[in-house]
Ligand binder design. Structure first.
Ligand SMILES: Nc1ncnc2c1ncn2[C@@H]1O[C@H](COP(=O)(O)OP(=O)(O)OP(=O)(O)O)[C@@H](O)[C@H]1O
Ligand SMILES: [Mg+2]
Ligand SMILES: [Zn+2]
Length: 284
């Protein structure tokens, strides 16, 4: 698909929907909203969202995750959270992870976490809107939004509806199809949401015997796409069975991926602040 066709297609869908962005949620203040996006499904968006929020929490910031994957919510499981969020006045309270990440997800409202959600577009938009306006997030430094995969109506709705400051694009070397990544980048740009950079997932394997890095898909592919599209590569995560095991056990926050904190710092810098001055509740 040429980029012109992509542009026209996305513009048409944008106009069709005629949505306007929401302002700050009532009674909460959210400084930065960062959405985690990908061209393709299954590349590790939810894992990266969870790891990003965990690193931000560990650094002493107030952070939340809005699970915008309405039909395939996976954030509660990664943090081992279940149960129904309590209602306070006219708001839902987010659930809190061990590190204090505030989480809201459709998963909390399903009878069984694996129940399929078969809602169509308008209902999905409605749920996302409610997760913004009817949740008592409190004062957050960062809200991470885990987007559904691809460039369809669901991610489009989120980027149009929520005041997203920037997206990070997750890709893996094995699923890197330049036209698909390009389409995702174009979608963000058309919606006037800047792309902070790529997070390369499953980039390499560390040999358990000697610690050597093995790059089964070649080491340069995401770097090349990054240069070609003018979008920086923020960093790479290995293919590591601990990520899937800890995720399955609801202990994803125990995995360290310190470089992800750079996402928070990039947002601060873009806003003209140096990273340390403006941090509320930051432990020094
Ligand atoms: N770096 C990694 N190493 C090993 N396993 C990983 C890694 N990243 C993700 N996984 C595993 O890959 C699977 C898909 O990950 P995840 O759910 O985060 O992807 P996703 O992009 O959010 O998927 P979807 O498009 O369905 O929302 C999970 O089982 C997860 O544990
Ligand atoms: Mg996901
Ligand atoms: Zn080895």
């Amino acid at each position: 698909m040429t980029s012109k066709a992509t542009r026209e297609e996305i513009e048409a869908r944008t106009q069709e929907r005629g949505l306007t962005k929401l302002g700050q949620p009532p009674e909460s203040t959210i400084r930065y909203v960062v959405a985690v996006m990908s061209g393709k499904g299954g590349v590790g968006k939810s894992s990266v969202s969870a790891l990003l929020a965990s690193e931000i929490a560990r650094a002493g910031y107030q952070v939340g995750i809005l699970d915008a994957d309405i039909t395939g919510p996976s954030i509660p499981r990664l943090f081992g959270l279940s149960g129904t969020p309590p209602v306070v006045g006219s708001y839902f309270l987010p659930e809190k992870s061990k590190l204090g990440v505030r989480v809201m997800s459709v998963g909390f409202f399903l009878e069984h976490q694996d129940d399929p959600v078969i809602w169509r577009g308008p209902l999905i938009g409605g749920a996302i809107k409610q997760f913004w306006t009817d949740v008592l997030w409190g004062d957050l430094d960062y809200l991470v939004v885990d987007l559904p995969p691809g460039t369809g109506d669901a991610p489009l709705t989120v980027l149009q509806l929520l005041p997203v400051d920037a997206v990070v694009m997750v890709t893996t070397p094995q699923t890197l199809a330049l036209n698909i990544v390009k389409k995702a980048v174009t979608m963000a740009q058309l919606l006037q949401v800047s792309v902070l950079g790529f997070i390369e997932n499953m980039a390499y394997i560390t040999c358990p015997g000697c610690g050597k890095r093995i790059e089964p898909f070649g080491g340069e592919r995401v770097q090349e796409a990054s240069s070609y599209l003018g979008v920086p590569l923020i960093g790479s995560l290995p293919m590591d069975p601990r990520i899937s095991t800890l995720g399955d056990e609801g202990r994803i926050e125990e995995y360290r991926a310190e470089f992800l904190l750079e996402v928070a710092h990039m947002l601060e810098r873009r806003n003209g602040n140096t990273s340390n001055e403006t941090v509320r509740g930051h432990e020094t």
